[in-house]
Design a protein. Structure first.
Lengths: 304, 676
């Protein structure tokens, strides 16, 4: 009789194994992996956990996305301890990875994201200024949504100025790029994930970043203006200025920082108002309008 | 079948079925009783939705400055139309295809459209259209007929003396229309290719100053220069994404084409405009820029990564010169600059507490344009090479205290400038600590020194050899900063910082001699009750610099204060969301010039901006919301270079007049948002 019971047990175990194997090979088990979380983190949660299913991160058809096989645990880690009922008077154990400030160290949080995202624009995250500052991906990004603010041009600046508060002040100045108007994003010029360039610019140099929209300044010109070729920020503040054309300083004093010539070394003060051509209108640019470079043989003084 | 065998088989099947059921039962035991799913709420959270918002608004007054980029520049009604049409296969579907069409400000000339389609993990394509209208000056005047075109002519029968009677209003504005497309194909498992094309057209006018004569001081005139630019940009790249290595190599081409190679203008200083000489003015030449760029990273160890970003480019410009009485030795500039930029480095965390980074930057602009002689003057095809090393380390002294030290050393070699070799060193230290959950703060200190080879003062400026051009001059720069974040309660956060930069151009007798900038910043975020979020910020910037001329000294002071408060909250179970934002910014620029005649300060330059907005979003039904917006903006500015200066005020420059902008504008809008 005992041998019969033993045979029955073996059959039972075999059958159970077969069913489990079938379940694991089918997609049904994937859903249950996720459902083991959504049993509690359901539609009643204040935080919209389920919104992840609207996003690319949950797509099962994309073979690159591990959500299909591991569900929420792919990012949040094994939930075994979290599922265990807490002892009386104790809190439930958190999942191994909670993407929130003050939970896990930023580099550990980011390592989860970098498993899939260490390419393209994010290739140089490691070693980047934001990484050194201890930022986590979720410092800027919201994952459980189809409208991540930082990815929407009109809303992105509001995310960036939360830390870069001085840039908010600069962009409220009367001369500024149309960032708060939603026509430019910070990422049009900067790569916040890290670039090996100065100020994490998207193009190899500052001037090339500016040429993206201001190609008419590129030349090369017959008559070149040396600092213009090298660095636009010598004269302009791209984030904003109280002076026209984003100038760091108003003319003629801007120009007099480098040019004290036969007529440019004079003292210009209020006695020149309202007629002195060096200070009214466009100041030095009343004549030297081709200050970015001239392609006219008659333009060595950038007047043609 | 014998009964025991049947029993065994049944028990095996039952056991097999019971095992997973038991497992689920175990979850129920641990997680509590399963509750019935709210299918409607589930669908709401898990299925993507589209939205369309439409309505109208009203602008109370005309103002170019108010609508400089927004499109709300004219008094009157305006349409509101925004949409986000989104379709994505369900998360557990067999395909991951999607399309999304977004439009914003569709009824205004600041509209943008964005279409995205793809099959996730397979391919994606994107089409984009963006319109950017910039309204620059609406109170300007010109004496020229044909303004906006390529031929600026003076009125028949007029003369310089009649210029005040010959003015006509002409607005200065530009419009950019950008059309872009891009696509990417993922070549499984590790490769992808992508390409993009952007076409941008910029049209309109800008104010350009032209002196009567090119080579010596002469009276000038401001004219509306016609703008008709086209820029086409192509990019193509192949990317590799491996577990250890990621790399991308691509080619880009930018073609700039100016449809107005030149425009003509008549000399308004002629005594008789009927016979005034017609002259040509050169506009920006066509040009092209080719570039090959490689970017990659390799994980040598899990905590060590080497990276590189290398770009080789060529800028070309060979536009034929305009006909001139001068005799250049070539008919084109033959402009050619080879660019080489390389960034290589390594970053590592040898121990968890230490993050290190070392990098080298090389930037070379090799201007191979020929030296051209034009009637005794020769061109200066300027080149430079910049090399830079940077070392940076971040060490966790205590569990919540980090020390960051960095050193950067740069050296430049330049041609055709007063100082050919310049070097600069920067040493920076920063300590940041989180004493407890309530307080985090730190200090930043940096010192920079710029030095160089002998400055060719007498050679570059025989008149004033003591001048040191500010971008080449010796300079000591010190930077100080303190910052703190205080969270006395979970729902209240204060952030404060003070940063100061001091420049000393230690060897400059003439030119920029010293400067100081201090920025104070305060931010507060407060959530007094759940669902009510408030914030406030204040920023004050104080810039002061001093520069010296042969007979004068000028102190330039720019002070800007910016402040704002706002709140947002919701009522009726989140069905009604309301909020308000207030921002204020005031900038004052002063120039105090002291010369032999004593101090003659310029009048202050003032800009003052006040913004107030309030909004409400009421969800009438789950799929229908009503949105109401109100915004008030007041702007006041004073600019001595423009205000009260008519085109005929000066005998030496004919301006386009205009006034610095002042306005008070109310904007109200109401719209309906349908979600489906």
């Amino acid at each position: 009789m005992s041998s019969l019971r033993s045979t029955a047990s073996q059959w039972g175990l075999l059958g159970a194994g077969l069913v489990l194997a079938l379940l694991f090979l089918s997609e049904g088990v994937f859903a249950r992996e996720m459902e083991k979380c959504t049993r509690c983190h359901d539609e009643t949660e204040a935080y919209p956990v389920l919104n992840i299913l609207q996003t690319p991160h949950a797509s099962q058809a994309d073979p690159r996305i591990p959500f299909g096989s591991d569900g929420c645990e792919e990012c949040h880690g094994s939930a075994d301890d979290h599922l265990r009922p807490p002892a009386e008077g104790e809190k439930r154990i958190q999942p191994p990875m909670v993407f929130r400030r003050g939970e896990r160290p930023p580099e550990e949080q980011n390592a989860v994201c970098l498993q899939c995202h260490e390419s393209g624009d994010r290739m140089h995250w490691r070693g980047s200024p934001h990484e050194f500052q201890g930022l986590a991906c979720v410092s800027c990004h919201t994952i459980h949504t189809t409208r991540d603010k930082v990815l929407v041009k009109q809303e992105q600046p509001q995310v960036c100025v939360k830390c870069h508060t001085e840039k908010r002040a600069e962009m409220l100045k009367p001369s500024s790029h149309p960032v708060f108007e939603g026509k430019m994003a910070c990422t049009d010029c900067h790569n916040p994930h890290g670039a090996l360039t100065e100020s994490m610019l998207v193009e190899p140099t500052l001037v090339e970043t500016c040429y993206t929209c201001h190609a008419e300044k590129r030349g090369p010109f017959l008559w070149e203006h040396a600092p213009v070729r090298e660095d636009c920020s010598i004269c302009h503040n791209p984030h904003g200025s109280i002076h026209a054309s984003l100038l760091n300083t108003r003319g003629p004093w801007m120009c007099q920082q480098c040019h004290l010539g036969s007529h440019s070394s004079a003292s210009f003060d209020r006695t020149g108002l309202p007629t002195a051509p060096q200070i009214i209108g466009k100041s030095c640019l009343n004549c030297h309008s081709q200050v970015h470079g001239s392609n006219n043989p008659a333009g060595p003084g950038f007047t043609r | 079948m014998k009964s025991w065998r049947k029993k065994a088989l049944y028990s095996a099947v039952a056991a097999a079925c019971a095992f997973p059921a038991g497992a689920i039962g175990q979850f129920e035991f641990e997680l509590g009783e399963a509750v019935e799913r709210d299918e409607e709420a589930w669908a709401e959270l898990t299925e993507v939705r589209s939205t369309v918002e439409f309505g109208g608004g009203y602008v109370s007054d005309d103002s170019f400055k108010h609508g400089e980029y927004s499109g709300l520049h004219s008094e009157g009604f305006f349409p509101i139309l925004n949409f986000d049409l989104y379709k994505r296969e369900a998360w557990d579907s067999e395909t991951a295809s999607y399309w999304r069409i977004r439009g914003s400000n569709v009824g205004l000339d600041s509209r943008s459209l964005d279409l995205q389609h793809g099959n996730q993990g397979d391919y994606r394509i994107r089409l984009e259209y963006d319109q950017l209208h910039r309204r620059q000056f609406d109170s300007t005047e010109t004496i020229f007929q044909g303004a906006g075109g390529k031929r600026l002519q003076l009125p028949e029968g007029g003369s310089f003396a009649d210029r005040a009677d010959s003015l006509r209003s002409f607005d200065i504005k530009q419009e950019r229309n950008r059309f872009g497309m891009e696509g990417e194909k993922f070549l499984m498992p590790r490769w992808s290719v992508r390409g993009s094309f952007v076409h941008e057209k910029k049209e309109g006018t800008r104010v350009t100053g032209i002196p009567r004569e090119a080579d010596f001081f002469s009276p000038s005139v401001l004219v509306p220069e016609p703008i008709d630019y086209e820029t086409n940009r192509f990019r193509g790249a192949v990317a590799y994404t491996g577990e250890k290595a990621q790399a991308e190599i691509g080619y880009s081409l930018s073609l700039f084409e100016n449809q107005n190679r030149f425009f003509t203008w008549q000399d308004p200083y002629a005594a008789d405009w009927s016979t005034a000489e017609e002259r040509q003015f050169t506009s920006a030449p066509d040009s092209e820029h080719h570039q090959v760029r490689f970017s990659g990273g390799y994980n040598l160890e899990p905590t060590t990564r080497a990276y590189a970003d290398v770009a080789f480019g060529r800028m070309i410009q060979d536009e034929r010169f305009l006909d001139t009485t001068l005799t250049p030795t070539r008919t084109t500039a033959g402009g050619l600059i080879d660019t080489r930029v390389a960034n290589i480095g390594i970053t590592a965390r040898p121990i968890p507490r230490l993050n290190l980074n070392a990098s080298f930057h090389h930037d070379d602009r090799d201007n191979d344009s020929p030296v051209i002689e034009v009637d005794g003057r020769t061109t200066t095809p300027y080149s430079y090479t910049l090399n830079r090393t940077r070392l940076k380390g971040d060490y966790r002294l205590q569990p919540r205290t980090n020390l960051t030290l960095s050193h950067q050393y740069s050296w430049w070699d330049r041609t055709y400038v007063a100082r050919e070799e310049v070097e600069e060193g920067i040493l920076e230290g920063r300590i940041k600590t989180t004493l407890n959950p309530m307080f985090a703060g730190g200090v930043v200190l940096a010192h920079e020194e710029r030095r160089g080879s002998t400055y060719a003062g007498a050679e570059s400026n025989p008149l004033h050899p003591a001048l040191r051009q500010s971008w080449l001059a010796d300079r000591d720069r010190d930077r100080y900063g303190v910052f703190a974040n205080v969270t006395p309660m979970e729902n209240l956060t204060f952030g404060a910082s003070v940063n100061q930069v001091k420049d000393d151009y230690r060897a400059s007798e003439l030119g920029l001699t010293d400067g100081e900038a201090t920025i104070y910043n305060l931010d507060v975020s407060f959530i007094p009750v759940e669902g009510l979020t408030t914030y406030a910020f204040y920023n004050y910037e104080d810039n002061e610099s001093r520069q010296v001329g042969p007979t004068w000294t000028a102190r330039l002071l720019d002070r800007v204060g910016t402040a704002g408060v706002g709140l947002s909250t919701s009522f009726l179970d989140d069905r009604l969301k309301v909020g308000t934002d207030i921002a204020y910014a005031k900038g004052v620029g002063r120039v105090r010039v002291t010369s032999g005649a004593g101090q003659q300060p310029m009048p202050p330059l003032v800009t003052e901006l006040t913004q107030f907005s309030v909004y409400g979003d009421y969800q009438v039904r789950k799929d229908v919301s009503v949105l109401v917006r109100y915004r008030y903006e007041e702007y006041d500015s004073k600019d001595w270079g423009v205000d009260g200066i008519d085109p005929d005020t000066s005998g030496a420059v004919i301006t386009m007049g205009g006034e610095s902008p002042d306005y008070k504008v109310h904007v109200i809008g109401a719209s309906l948002r349908y979600r489906f």
